[in-house]
Design a protein around this ligand. Structure first.
Ligand code: PLP
Length: 493
């Protein structure tokens, strides 16, 4: 067949296609999707003036929870306001925030005027600039401030809106910088709820569907939950954990591994601090095999551990990438950070990072973070954490000795965790299992004693706002001590 004949045959087929009978189904369910757009009178009432019933009705009708089944919304308190380290509900109850909510409200609820004024001013002046379209002064300032306070040559800055997104940016940085794709994370870690960050996660939260994403490999952290590498010998445990990690890298293929991404201190998984020498060993493995090291500081960054960043506890270790969120703005506005070292920063001069979002580098959020971090430094909040640390530790120890339901505790800075156990020494529940009734009893007692906070049984976290006074801290431990009698009893001691 000649070329002209072929073209004509194709045209015939194409023209014929136009005449195929239209068999798509007709709309059978007709819904009125253009109702009149009106505001009900409820929405004209000033904020703070709805009754508890109005709030509950709207919650019942439309509020969805995320990590918990949504029916839990019916028992979630209606919080009206905060002050200092306290939160208040619509029934007039005053709660001491014993975990800074999700370990994020680091300066509590009396937000400094400097933060409020800077965010208001930015909102008035220019609420938004799309990251690629223009650069507001606050972006330059926040980038410089972060580069000034981070050690070494950590100087390239991206400011997404959440910890998960910061970790997405970090993973993309590593993959595009190294040309490799695998990421190694610990079991018993959490890195976020977006696709890659959820898959990077080593706890149950990746099972919701994140587990379908390829390219992520899990390593044991040096403290597995049910067994010990080395019968309590710290040095041997460290060496064994490092040997295992190196062997894992070799088996995965060093030419495929882009990033080792660990929480500097495992937070939600139970305040797990790596043993002495471990992080130095991980840095050495990364250097040996050209793998980037990423410390996820989303939970512990900005002072929680008594240093600005958790990795600063590991002498001589400089990560290639650091992510942070939460404490960067003390959660007053959503903002996070992905910082990288000079060589990575420079590598993106001629190619895009390949990650972005409309709200990255949001000017109002950056103004909030800028003033919040200046406040942390000027008010020496980290010094305050260091000064209170002995009191914190002493109380963790006293409580664990006072309650048979507490097997052990760990702490660093103002971040502590008790592990509960059963009379036979076994674990009463795993984090992913339905909350055991003993912990329901404990939570009731916790609330009755005026505490509010995150619950991750069998781990019981302690992480009050970093600005807490010594008296408030002692009061918090006293309340927890009282609540723990309910757990002792409920677990059968
Ligand atoms: N990384 C760590 C260590 C976290 O603790 C969290 C949240 O708790 C995240 C990442 C995710 O941050 P976000 O919830 O802001 O997305």
């Amino acid at each position: 067949m000649s070329a002209a004949a072929v073209t004509s045959a194709i045209r015939t087929v194409a023209r014929g296609a136009k005449h195929w009978p239209h068999k798509s189904p007709a709309l059978t369910k007709v819904v009125e999707n253009n109702p009149p757009l009106t505001l009900s009178a409820d929405h004209d009432m000033p904020m703070g003036s709805w009754s508890s019933e109005q709030i509950r009705d709207a919650v019942e009708a439309s509020v969805m929870l995320t990590w918990a089944p949504s029916k839990a919304r019916r028992n979630t308190p209606i919080l009206t306001h905060g002050e200092g380290v306290y939160l208040f509900d619509d029934k007039g109850n005053k709660f001491l925030d014993w975990t800074s909510q999700a370990i994020c409200c680091n300066i509590g609820y009396s937000i400094p005027d400097s933060v409020i004024e800077a965010t208001t001013q930015q909102m008035k002046n220019m609420a938004f600039v799309y990251g690629g379209l223009g650069i507001p002064e606050v972006r330059a300032r926040l980038s410089k401030l972060m580069a000034d306070i981070l050690p070494g040559d950590l100087q390239g800055m991206v400011f997404p809106s959440s910890g998960s997104e910061a970790n997405e940016a970090a993973i993309m940085m590593a993959r595009r910088y190294t040309g490799k794709y695998k990421v190694i994370n610990w079991y018993r870690s959490y890195h976020g709820g977006t696709t890659n960050a959820q898959q990077a996660t080593g706890d149950y939260r990746r099972w919701f569907g994140g587990d379908l994403v390829p390219g992520f490999v899990k390593a044991f952290n040096p403290y597995p939950m049910f067994w010990d590498f080395a019968h309590g010998d710290e040095e041997e445990r460290t060496q064994m954990a490092l040997n295992m990690l190196e062997e894992q890298v070799l088996n995965e293929g060093p030419d495929t591994v882009a990033l080792i991404q660990f929480e500097s201190v495992v937070g939600g998984g139970g305040v797990i601090v790596p043993p002495k020498g471990y992080m130095q060993g991980v840095r050495a493995i990364c250097d040996k095999y050209d793998i980037l090291l990423h410390c996820d500081e989303v939970m512990v960054g900005f002072g929680r551990t008594g240093r600005l960043f958790g990795f600063q506890h590991y002498d001589g270790v400089l990560p290639d990438i650091v992510t942070a969120a939460k404490g960067i703005s003390s959660a007053a506005l959503p903002i996070s950070m992905a910082a990288c070292r000079k060589h990575i920063f420079e590598a993106f001069e001629d190619k895009p990072l390949g990650w972005g979002s409309t709200y990255q580098a949001h000017p109002v959020a950056m103004a909030c973070a800028y003033e919040n971090v200046k406040y942390l430094i000027k008010e020496d909040i980290i010094g305050h954490v260091q000064r209170l640390e002995p009191v914190f530790e002493h109380n963790m120890k006293t409580i664990s000795e006072n309650h048979p339901s507490i097997k052990q505790y760990r702490h660093i800075g103002m971040f502590g965790c008790f592990d509960a156990h059963l009379p036979n020494g076994e674990n009463p529940q795993l984090q992913h299992t339905a909350i055991d009734k003993a912990f329901v009893e404990y939570k009731k007692a916790y609330t009755a004693n005026g505490l509010i906070g995150l619950m991750r049984p069998p781990h019981l976290h302690v992480a009050p706002p970093l600005v807490i006074s010594e008296d408030e801290l002692l009061d918090g431990f006293e309340r927890q001590d009282k609540a723990l009698y309910a757990l002792d009893e409920a677990l059968g001691f």
